[in-house]
Design a protein around this ligand. Sequence first.
Ligand SMILES: Cc1cc2nc3c(=O)[nH]c(=O)nc-3n(C[C@H](O)[C@H](O)[C@H](O)COP(=O)(O)OP(=O)(O)OC[C@H]3O[C@@H](n4cnc5c(N)ncnc54)[C@H](O)[C@@H]3O)c2cc1C
Length: 427
Amino acid sequence: MQLAVLGAGLTGVTTAYRLAEEGHDVTVIDRREGAGLETSFANGGQLGFREVSPWAAPGVPWTALKMLGNPDAPFRWKPKAELAQWRWLLSFLLRCTTNARTERERHNLTLGLYSQKEFEALLKRLEGEGAAFDFAHRKKGILRLLPDERAVEEARAEMARLEDMKPGLDVLGAEACVALEPALASLHQRGKLAGGLYAAEDQSGDAHLFTRALAKRAEEKGVRFLLGRDITGFEEEKGRLKAVRLGKEKVEADAFVFCLGVGGLSLAKKLGFRLPFYPVKGYSVSLPAPEGAPEVSLTDEDRRIVVSNLGGTLRAAGQAEVAGFDTNLDRERAKSVLRALEALFPAVESKAEEAQFWTGLRPMTADGSPLIDKAPGFRNLYLNTGHGTLGWTLAMGSAGLICDLIQGRKTAIDPEPFALRRPSLFP
Ligand SMILES: Cc1cc2nc3c(=O)[nH]c(=O)nc-3n(C[C@H](O)[C@H](O)[C@H](O)COP(=O)(O)OP(=O)(O)OC[C@H]3O[C@@H](n4cnc5c(N)ncnc54)[C@H](O)[C@@H]3O)c2cc1C
């Protein structure tokens, strides 16, 4: 089958690679000059297969309200005269309940654990092919830092809720956290660490290096990359998508997969359907790892950042700004991620001058799960998008699921929770 994958971010490249491995003739189209240059460029580096709770959770609206006016607040909302923004916010607020969170947590964990299986199988196949596949991969787990006893109790409750799914989570005391990650000693001495939730099997690495390396391997497998091409329109014929238009050029295929991140919102409208996600802006800071920098990837509940060691580079990422499509890098917002990192690890201050900042727009659904489905009104258009905070973590599982759907075979996991028109997105 001839397939066109629209978008060369994490979701597009993993989908294209998987389709090529299955023997299809694949073309990837992207407006940028390389793979993974938009939201997949400098993310937090976590493969948090078990860190998949949606952001919409009980207490989140109250926490956001309390932080209003604080320049270092991890959330920011810039009201826009846009129906899409208000609709998204309303949906998000309605999802901030215990039941809604628990429901999505389980669906995301199912996809997360499947994604890990797919990821490890993919790495094995890549290794089997011989050439190096380097992306600063670390298999040291992810430790969620719990600042106080209340957070420890909540982590215990989360473990109990998910126990039947056997995810492999452990609540550690503060001393055990320091034994696991000595870089936490100073935080513990300052009395700011009550414990941690440890997912020993979770991993980390450089998502952009991964995307680029996989795109290269895909090319070697015969995948064509049409880069620097803006998708400007479509040609349809009786419930089929016939071609995508790239200015004067066009690309025809038997089937198409939509992996366009936030760029997909306006293109979906051209095709007559709405994608129920919205851009949520985040920031990251990368600097040379100081001596004694953490090796275990960390999620800091208190400062709302994630930290990953990318082999010589320490990266922290955070912030959630609901502010439309604005991609400007606000240096003060970016620096607040650096300040949070310094508060965790004071040694970072010595490297602050060398810090590089980045910002990206997460394609985020209100319920915190991606959209993996056939597009409405088309027999041959598929969606693999809306991965929000979990684009790398869920990419390999999502690619497996969409490939099963395209080929009309039995899916490895139930696709229903990731359907476009699921009730959790249309309350
Ligand atoms: C600060 C931050 C930290 C994060 N940390 C993590 C993390 O630790 N772990 C994790 O799993 N996830 C994380 N994420 C989320 C993850 O990075 C995203 O979910 C993921 O990158 C989305 O991938 P994508 O392929 O859907 O989108 P993108 O990477 O944006 O790819 C979409 C592609 O479509 C192309 N495109 C769009 N419109 C057009 C058009 N008209 N014509 C042609 N091409 C077009 C774009 O150029 C782009 O290359 C983080 C995100 C942010 C912002």
